[in-house]
Design a protein around this ligand. Structure first.
Ligand code: C5P
Length: 243
């Protein structure tokens, strides 16, 4: 039997042509990369966990009326998604300083920010996904003002939803990244959440112990990444407690 047509292969996922027009199949690989792919490893089981976790978050968002590309999970590693026109920006929301913000601005890791801060990064591996301003986005035509306003509004709704979900299981949402796409209806478009929402793209700290349950475990060699993701999935009820 012929294999499906591959549309795109990224560092952690592959997109295949979907069964119906306007759909794609998103396959989650076990590859983990960090520092713009300078660090790479294969973590057995990561793809299966992220497929389940991204399903959990995206389906939860769909349920509360925040539109996402997620349609349904197909199997252990694949989900059916809506095809979108990806906006070439990574949208990061931060509740506490960490990572590149701490480095760039000298704000201590863990410091609470006066309000959630939304940032845009231009998606370009060769450039290392640089931070950009709304001026850059408008000037280079990556998105119009309405899209930018809608992206900020969507990102803050996702922040509220995720913060609450994690708070309920004793985890602090420090920051996260989402990607957003356009879905066209003749000359009009609307924005929906695309890509994935998983511990690969969030910073998650245990409220009591500060233990990290996200990709920093891999970036900073803090232990076994699959164990951290399994613990997260158990807490969220995505996996049974004894899995
Ligand atoms: O590295 P930085 O502090 O800017 O990352 C902010 C958040 O965005 C982190 O949760 C990180 O995991 C996520 N991120 C991502 N993909 C990138 C860059 C950052 O998921 N390419």
């Amino acid at each position: 039997m012929a294999r499906r047509k591959k549309i795109y292969e990224g560092k952690a996922k592959i997109l295949y042509e979907g069964p119906e027009p306007g759909t794609l199949v998103q396959y989650f690989k076990d590859d983990a990369t960090a520092f713009n792919a300078q660090k790479h490893d294969v973590i057995e089981g990561k793809g299966v966990l992220n497929n389940r976790l991204s399903e959990f978050f995206m389906a939860g968002l769909n349920d509360i009326g925040v539109p996402t590309h997620f349609i349904r999970r197909i199997n252990m590693r694949e989900q059916l998604i809506r095809q979108v026109e990806i906006i070439p920006l990574e949208v990061v929301v931060r509740n506490r300083a960490a990572g590149s913000m701490s480095k760039r601005l000298g704000i201590p890791e863990g410091q609470v920010l006066p309000r959630p801060v939304v940032e845009f990064y231009y998606k370009d591996d060769k450039l290392g996904d640089p931070l950009v301003t709304e001026e850059h986005i408008a000037a280079f035509g990556w998105a119009g003002q309405q899209d930018m306003d809608d992206m900020v509004a969507l990102a803050l709704r996702v922040n509220d939803f995720l913060s609450g979900v994690f708070m309920g299981v004793g985890i602090r949402l420090v920051d996260f990244k989402i990607e957003i796409g356009r879905v066209w209806d003749n000359d009009f478009h609307r924005l929906i959440i695309a890509d994935e929402i998983s511990p690969d793209s969030c910073r998650l700290w245990d409220i009591e112990t500060g233990q990290k349950l996200d990709k920093d475990v891999f970036r900073q060699d803090l232990g076994n990444l699959a164990d951290a993701y399994t613990e997260l999935a158990r807490r969220l009820g995505v996996l049974p407690k004894n899995a």
